[in-house]
Design a protein around this ligand. Structure first.
Ligand code: C2E
Ligand code: MG
Ligand code: MG
Ligand code: MG
Length: 286
């Protein structure tokens, strides 16, 4: 039918587009069922401080185990969920599941660091984020300082005043906010000083080619200096090698997250890691 639709031209591009479109529709349909049938899980990736040699937090990352496709990356299905208007329900699930998990860990007497949750643009803008966060904390009886939200610079761009207001409400509650993927989005330094966030999270694209890439190194050093001068904490994501970690530390960034320290873990594995600690941290001197 391609030939018919395009006159006599036969195009691989169109076949490809059709397949992609069909794939997306299938994925959408499957996503609709995934929540109801409990196919989602949260994984938790530790954030560490190599100076203090301890776990200082963890990021909750959604996982989807599709009955036929197996694991589908959030980088793939989150955008699909956004376009299909399904992101709201997924976001709600993530927030409430993270709060319940923190509650379950606390019941076991674990000494927990703050747990971060990624906030989607839709969730940030729908006007109920503050209420939902408060509800999640209340239902689980959690201290707001146990929860951190990760937002991106781009979310702030469309309505800066409104964004500052939302962030103000969240931080007034005691919830911490960090700017995820920092350096890759639309960031105006003029606005940065107005954002009530606690942490800049350096995007892993700047970390990947350390220590060899001189320009990435310069960008990292600048972000670290910027954070320090504006009173933000700074953390680097995607740290995979000891050389990357050393580079970051030498330039004053001791907070890190990445496969060097741990992959994202399920709730049980993360609880055990909290008790045993992370071996590789011992290789960092005080
Ligand atoms: P992100 O928030 O920047 O999360 C960090 C991503 O980097 C995660 O991918 C994590 O597994 C990966 N990562 C961590 N350490 C390393 C490393 O050393 N090397 C490499 N190559 N990768 C590392 P993941 O879990 O596939 O998530 C991708 C993105 O999907 C996230 O980026 C975030 O934007 C989004 N996402 C994940 N979970 C959620 C969620 O619950 N809600 C929303 N709204 N978005 C989510
Ligand atoms: Mg994140
Ligand atoms: Mg990130
Ligand atoms: Mg990222």
């Amino acid at each position: 039918y391609h030939a018919k639709r395009n006159g006599l031209h036969f195009s691989f591009f169109d076949i490809d587009m059709d397949r992609q479109a069909a794939d997306r529709v299938n994925l959408e349909n499957d996503l609709r069922h995934a929540l109801a049938t409990k196919q989602f899980q949260l994984a938790y990736q530790p954030k560490v401080d190599v100076g203090q040699r301890r776990i200082i937090g963890a990021e909750a990352l959604i996982r989807w185990r599709h009955p036929e496709r197996g694991a589908v990356s959030p980088a793939v299905f989150i955008p699909v969920a956004e376009r299909a208007g399904l992101i709201g329900a997924i976001d709600d699930w993530v927030l409430s599941e993270a709060c319940s998990q923190i509650g379950r860990w606390r019941e076991r007497g674990l000494d927990l660091p703050a747990i971060s949750v990624n906030i989607s643009p839709a969730q940030f803008h729908d006007g109920r984020l503050t209420d939902k966060v408060r509800a999640g904390l209340d239902t689980s009886g959690l201290d707001p300082t146990m929860l951190e939200l990760e937002i991106t610079e781009t979310m702030m761009a469309s309505d800066v005043d409104r964004a500052i207001e939302i962030l103000g409400q969240l931080t007034a509650m005691g919830v911490k906010v960090s700017l995820d993927d920092f350096g890759t989005g639309y960031s105006s330094l003029a606005y940065l000083k107005l954002f009530p966030v606690s942490t800049l999270k350096i995007d892993r694209t700047f970390v990947d080619d350390l220590p060899d890439d001189v320009k990435d190194g310069a960008i990292i050093s600048s972000i670290i200096a910027l954070a320090e001068n504006l009173g933000f904490a700074v953390i680097a994501e995607g740290v995979e090698t000891p050389a990357q970690a050393r580079f970051l530390r030498e330039r004053g960034c001791t907070a890190m997250q990445g496969f060097l320290f741990s992959r994202p873990l399920d709730g049980e594995q993360f609880a055990r890691l909290l008790e045993t600690g992370i071996d590789v941290l011992e290789s960092f001197g005080p």
